[in-house]
Ligand binder design. Structure first.
Ligand SMILES: [Zn+2]
Length: 108
């Protein structure tokens, strides 16, 4: 499988457009808390009971899962190219009521 890797976008959010609320079935939006700069993904649906999803640890888990599944593809990919690589094989990841409950849907 050959991957077409886009130039680095400089986007901090590895899972932008890929991470969805499993309760509301909508894409999560990116949230950054000031002044700490702590990053989250949040559900745009106001009545959603889901807490904010911590971005850093969730992105690490997603990349780990990807690396486990696509060992050769993941090897040596720099941080700023990971979003492009991941987006080509990951359809979406659904977050359950518990923010550590991730369900991955792959394109293959
Ligand atoms: Zn929601």
């Amino acid at each position: 499988m050959a991957l077409l890797v886009e130039p680095a976008a400089g986007d901090l959010y590895l899972l932008r457009d890929l991470i969805w609320c499993g309760l509301c079935a909508v894409p999560l939006v990116t949230v950054q808390i000031r002044p700490s700069g702590t990053r989250y993904y949040g559900c745009p649906n106001r009545p959603c009971p889901r807490p904010l999803v911590p971005a850093e640890v969730t992105e690490q888990r997603a990349w780990h899962r990807f690396s486990f599944r696509y060992d050769a593809l993941a090897h040596g990919v720099p941080r700023d190219r990971r979003q492009a690589v991941l987006g080509q094989v990951l359809k979406r990841v659904l977050v359950g009521a518990n923010t550590t409950a991730l369900a991955f849907e792959w394109r293959d």
